[in-house]
Every structure is written in C-alpha cells, then in structure tokens.
Write a protein of this length. Structure first.
Length: 195
C-alpha cells in the first residue's frame, strides 16, 4: 500500500469511527445535553476541526473531536486525527466551569519540513484540564490543555531520497519510532449546546 493510499485509508477509517461513536453515543443519550464545538486555535493553524460533547452523568461527559488539514499556509503537510476525551466536572453540572479528564490522540501525518519528510502515525494519552465560560444560554467558550505521552512510528527521509528504498517485500519499512512527552491538546473552543 503506498503512503498516499495508507493515508487515505487511515483518514476514512478515522472519520467512519468518529461518525459511528458520535451516532452511537447520541442514540444512547436520550434527554442528555449535547454540544458541538470547534477549536479556534486549530482553525488559526488552518486545520478544520469539529467536536461533539455528550453529557454521560451528573459529573461526567464524553468528547469526540476530529481534525485534519492539507498543505496549510503552503507547507507540504497532510494531517488527520481523532481525539476522544472523558471529563469529570467538579461543580456537578457538566459543560460549566472547571474539569479534569483523560484524553487520547490518534493521528496520521505526512509532513515535509525544510528538506526532511516525516510520514507516520502517532498515538498518545494525557491528562487534561480546562475551564468553561458560559457566554449565553447555548454558547460557551472552553479553555483546555492536555499533556501526556505520545508514541510514534514514522519513515523519516530527505526530499531527494528514493522512496522505493523504504519498501521491503512490498511492506513499508519504518526507520523512526519512539515516545515523547508532548501536549496532546491545546484549545480555545467555541461550543454550541444543541439541547
């Protein structure tokens, strides 16, 4: 499978999984509060994103977000990702005031930076925290951040390398992998409460 085909396959899988989780969750949450949101910091980086948060209990909610971009600001970069998160709200009313949680990051990328190409996948988990300001009956602004461990597997090579050298018996050879402490999420999100 070529890197473009693999990237398309992963992005389709991520979007199908996101849609399935959202609709499955919404179907189970009759009468619960539901909000849609977008992260303004990601929009500023020309990375469209959309999230859905569903209240699951008196102090808890589940958040599912997806994002992606292709060549923002003329940089050769393709990125697709999915971020599920479970939140615990301290004040007994989800989607208001302070919370902590656990979030994940699943992403695939193909980025050319200067003369190096980084083509791979990453998965991460981190502790999250945030605060939500109510600015109206249905509108909120959420400040959030998450820091955790991100593991990655990638092919790293130079722009003029022969890409076929990175295949062994038709399988892609990974030449870079590891783990790093990294911000899993950083956001200033605009939220609209549907019900």
């Amino acid at each position: 499978m070529t890197r473009k085909a693999r990237s398309r396959h992963f992005s389709r899988t991520a979007w199908v999984l996101t849609a399935f989780l959202l609709f499955a969750g919404i179907g189970q949450m009759h009468g619960q509060q539901i909000a849609v949101k977008t992260n303004a910091l990601m929009l500023g980086a020309l990375t469209p994103n959309l999230g859905c948060e569903i209240v699951t209990g008196e102090h808890t909610s589940a958040d599912f977000s997806a994002f992606g971009h292709k060549n923002p600001y003329g940089i050769t970069s393709t990125l697709f990702g999915f971020q599920p998160e479970f939140k615990y709200w301290f004040n007994g009313r989800p989607m208001t005031r302070e919370y902590i949680g656990v979030g994940m990051l699943l992403t695939t990328y193909d980025i050319t930076w200067k003369r190096s190409v980084f083509d791979g996948d990453a998965i991460g988990i981190g502790l999250t925290g945030g605060y939500v300001f109510s600015i109206g009956r249905r509108w909120n602004i959420e400040l959030s951040g998450s820091f955790g461990l991100v593991g990655f597997r990638q092919k790293q090579y130079y722009v003029n390398d022969n890409y076929d050298d990175y295949f062994v018996d038709e399988a892609v050879r990974t030449n870079g992998w590891g783990y790093k402490m990294f911000p899993v999420e950083l956001g200033v999100s605009i939220c609209y409460i549907i019900k």
